[in-house]
Structures are given as C-alpha cells and as structure tokens.
Design a protein around this ligand. Structure first.
Ligand code: MG
Length: 379
C-alpha cells in the first residue's frame, strides 16, 4: 500500500502579514517541521507552494507544485502530482508545524484499516453559544485538525467536480463516505498570527536554551600617510579636518576596512579585497562606510547577525579620544551592533611609532540569525 502526503503551503498569509509557512521557527522554517512529520510515514511528499516560490529548492519534498486560488484548488494541484498507484493520501496544512509523526501514523492506519477517511479532532473546551442566545451542547463537537488521511480513490472522486471547502473531510463525506475522528493533539494548533510562533517555538524547544552557533572573526588594516596635503583623514566614517590623510584607492578608512574584514572573516565570506578589488575604478575614493554596509548586508544574507565588534587603532596622531564617541556611533549604526574603538600609541616603535601610518585591529562575533532563542522580529 503506497501512502503519499500533500503538504499545503500555498497561502499568502494575509492575516499573518506574509507567507507564514516560510517564517523562521526554532532554527528552521515553519514548513520544514511539517514536511518532516509528513515524511515519517509517507512514501512520498508533494509540497504545494505559492507560484512565486516554485523555483525555490525544497529538499524535504519529492515534488513541488504551484497552489491555486483557494485551499481546495491547492489540494487538487497537489493531488494531481500524487502517483496513480497511491492508495492512501494524507493532506496536511504546512501551518501546523507541531503535528507529530505519530498523529500521521494514526490517521493513515485508520484508512488502512478500512475507513474512507480519518481526521484528528480535539474536544471543545469553551462553552459555545449562539450570538442571540442559547448554549450549544459541546459534547458531540470537536475542533478539526490536519493531517487528514483518505482513500486516494475517494479523495480523487471528491475533488473531481472541483468543489470548495475549508476541509477535505467535508468533501469526502459529501460522497456519502464515513470519515472517522481520531484523537487530535492539543498542541497541534495552526499558526495564524505572529504571536503563535512564540508559542510554537516554546513547544519545540521545551523552553530549553538551545546551543547557539557563533563565529568569530579578526580583521587588520594599515595605511601609510599620503604625500597629498589635500587628502582628508577619514577614520570610522569620521573626517578629521586638518590632519594628514592616509594613502589608498578608496578613502583609506583603516578602521572601516578592519571591521569589514573581521565581519567577512567570521562569516566565511572572504575579505574586503575580494569583495571590493582595489583595481576597480568605480571604487576610487569610495566611502568605506558604504562598503562596510554592503559587507553587513552579505553577512546577514548568509544567516548571521553581529554580536559586537571591538577595535584597537594604533596611531601617534591625531588624538582619537575627542572623536571616539562619534566614530563608535557611526560604525555601530552601520554594523547594527555595538562597535567599540580604542586608540593606542606605538611608543615611537617601528613605522607606526615614526608616524608613517595608521593601523587598526578588529575582532567581531557573529550569532546565528534564526536561533530559536532569538525573536525573528528583532533587528
Ligand atoms: Mg585598507
């Protein structure tokens, strides 16, 4: 008996404010949890996604198809991709990431044992009443969840006339077939608004602190003073009027360059020379804070966020202290995390001590951007 699962993730998340199936949840996406649970007891999984997400790789699914305008249309799109020899089809909403593999097994087994369909239901705990008076007896009522399993033949027949329902069980019942209710899972709630993600995260992590991945990076840069008396000195995006400028292809901002390298190194993204070659004529006189901002963007795109960056600037002159707060504020704003800067003299030792140039050392720490302990809404 071949069992196929259809994971429906075609919604636009109008109430949620975006496609909730792609929201980060405990280090993965909502739909990854649903795909894993579906796969545990199925021979194959069809994932139904919004049309615009069709070219995105989904290693958790065997087949990826575009959804339709309604939930029923999306189920039909998934059903069309289920192989003809499948005997049981289990339909699951991606927005229920907490459904356990055991729940899939329970509904599938019920159909294998002869039921036309099986769905999980949980008791209604609240009193239910009519708006205009009169309490409804809640004992015969259940709240309906997914996964719902069906005889593949019946589910295909139920969808043949392209009907609409919020639930496949109603369509199968409309054929006169009986759908059984198995015991649902109280935690198997649908993610409907962003607050539900926090509840789901607490369930998945059991309130435990999960080990957060972190990476450390180091950066160094040195520039000699320029012979050009008109060249400005720029350090950490701050201009020092009247001070001798540094020589370089860009604005020669040694602090911004060291911070950029520390961040790129931590993320394993190479170095500033690879990203912004000093042979690129477009980068002549470039504002290094703009280059730093681009590096920060790439670090974030790679799944990291900066914890903090600390810099030591080795220079005899000018004095850094009066501009230190300004430099730190500018760098922190671009990096999106605290950046601290310390000035250090070279005590007349070596080239830096002879006032031939300025050097900067930086260390940066990065954290996993989607760690379960991290609020995805935080900057
Ligand atoms: Mg440099």
């Amino acid at each position: 008996m071949s069992v196929w699962a259809i994971v429906v993730a075609g919604g636009s998340g109008a109430r949620f404010g975006g496609p909730k199936q792609y929201a980060p949840l405990a280090g993965r996406r909502v739909l990854d949890w649903s795909l894993d649970a579906a796969r545990a007891h199925a021979d194959g999984v069809v994932l139904v996604v919004p049309a615009e997400a069709l070219d995105q790789a989904e290693p958790g699914a065997d087949v990826v198809v575009a959804g339709g305008a309604t939930r029923s249309a999306s189920v039909r799109a998934g059903l069309a991709a289920v192989p003809g020899d499948a005997t049981v089809v289990v339909v699951h909403d991606a927005a229920r990431p907490l459904a356990s593999p055991a729940l899939f097994a329970t509904v599938i087994d019920a159909v294998r044992d002869g039921a036309a369909g099986a769905l999980p239901g949980v008791p209604v705990i609240d009193t239910i009443r009519h708006r205009d008076g009169g309490v409804i007896d809640r004992d015969p009522l259940v709240r309906v969840q997914t996964p719902q399993a069906f005889s593949a033949e019946l589910l295909r027949r139920a969808h043949a006339a392209e009907p609409e329902a919020t639930d496949d069980a109603a369509l199968v019942e409309a054929l006169g077939a009986r759908v059984v209710v198995v015991e649902g899972e109280p935690t198997n709630d649908k993610i409907t608004d962003p607050a539900d993600l926090a509840t789901a995260r607490a369930q998945l992590t059991g309130g435990r602190t999960m080990q957060m991945q972190m990476r450390i990076g180091q950066g160094f840069d040195v520039h000699r003073f320029s012979d050009d008396p008109d060249r400005p000195l720029v350090l950490g995006g701050v201009r020092f009027d009247g001070a001798a400028g540094l020589a370089g292809h860009s604005d020669a901002d040694a602090i911004a360059h060291a911070v950029t390298d520390a961040l790129l190194g931590a993320a394993g993204l190479g170095d500033i020379g690879q990203l912004f070659p000093d042979t690129d004529p477009d980068l002549a006189g470039a504002d290094s804070m703009v280059l730093l901002a681009e590096a920060v963007r790439q670090v974030r795109a790679a799944g990291w966020r900066a914890g903090n960056v600390d810099c030591t600037v080795v220079l005899e002159a000018p004095k850094l202290a009066p501009r230190k707060a300004e430099i730190q504020d500018r760098l922190s704003a671009v990096v999106g995390a605290p950046v601290t800067v310390k000035g250090k003299r070279a005590e007349q030792l070596g080239s830096l001590g002879r006032r031939e140039g300025i050097a900067c050392f930086a260390v940066a720490i990065l954290f996993e951007a989607d760690h379960p302990g991290v609020d995805p809404a935080a900057p």
